[in-house]
Design a protein around this ligand. Structure first.
Ligand SMILES: [Fe+2]
Length: 134
């Protein structure tokens, strides 16, 4: 699996590793789609993504809180929104929603995560580092 480009690094070891894993799960979803995924495979990968996003967002929010990051609540809203979207995709797949089944959901997910890590996450880097969180 690929290594994160510099613009996606937050230079906090645990968070960089978790971001990498989130990108990897989405990449697996993209590959599954490209090779003719089954509904079960897509639902399983989206479930993995949802579970791991919960773990990662909690860790990230705990560190932001510990560092006294002022924009924590807005950041938390963005995290909750991502979880809701993934949950909706899983629900749509479960209902056999054809439009969802035929779509490459990974494109939306990759774009969301890239933008989030590159823009929103970069904003907590300085304060975390200043508190010795690396
Ligand atoms: Fe975040």
């Amino acid at each position: 699996m690929g290594k994160l480009a510099a613009e996606y690094l937050v230079h906090v070891k645990v968070l960089d590793e978790q971001h990498q894993r989130l990108f990897d799960i989405i990449e697996e979803l993209r590959e599954a789609n490209a090779t003719g995924k089954t509904r079960e495979v897509a639902a399983k990968l989206l479930g993995d993504l949802c579970d791991y996003a919960h773990v990662h967002f909690k860790e990230e929010e705990d560190l932001m809180k510990k560092a006294g990051y002022a924009a924590l609540s807005a950041h938390r809203v963005a995290h909750r929104d991502f979880i809701s979207r993934v949950e909706k995709m899983i629900a749509d797949l479960g209902r056999g929603h054809d439009a969802t089944l035929g779509m490459d959901l990974s494109a939306f997910l990759t774009e969301w995560l890239q933008k989030h890590v590159r823009i929103a996450d970069q904003q907590y880097v300085e304060i975390l580092h200043s508190r010795g969180i690396k």
